[in-house]
Design a protein around this ligand. Structure first.
Ligand SMILES: [Zn+2]
Length: 145
């Protein structure tokens, strides 16, 4: 599902503008354009765009949500980068875990609760497998490395 470009900040209600990201990352650090709240930096909410476009690559996020999305990537990315799932299987995991359609399962669109649910769904089985292996010496999952 395409997401709409943000026009109003969902945190403070101020308008959202498309600006150069050096306003946020400092001059010399240009990561392209961002949709940023007019009240920035008082209201610390923004979202990037797909490279070379004006299309928001996710939903507007404040510092707290950005932190959760980063944690979610840290938990999720190894599934397909080093733990043997294909990218497509890993994306399916996201959609199954959240009960949403695969085309909507993008971390850049998740809210905090969706992030927590994904991190939980990945780390709990890992923790359980590690515990069982430590207690029994049996390798329960090739996932845990
Ligand atoms: Zn705002």
């Amino acid at each position: 599902m395409d997401i709409e470009n943000p026009t109003v900040c969902r945190y403070c209600g101020e308008p959202v503008y498309l600006r150069s990201s050096d306003k946020i990352y400092g001059s010399g650090l240009d990561y392209g354009l961002v949709y940023v709240c007019a009240a920035y930096p008082t209201c610390d909410s923004y979202v990037g765009v797909y490279k070379g476009t004006n299309k928001a690559n996710g939903t507007l996020a404040d510092k707290e949500l950005r932190g959760w999305r980063t944690k979610t990537h840290k938990a999720f990315d190894p599934l397909w980068k080093s733990h043997g799932m294909t990218r497509s299987e890993a994306c399916k995991f996201l959609s199954v875990q959240l009960g949403i359609e695969q085309k909507d399962a993008h971390i850049s669109r998740f809210d905090i609760y969706e992030c927590i649910k994904i991190i939980d769904g990945i780390t709990k089985p890992y923790a359980a497998c590690a515990l069982l292996r430590n207690r029994t010496g049996i390798e329960f999952a090739k996932l845990e490395r």
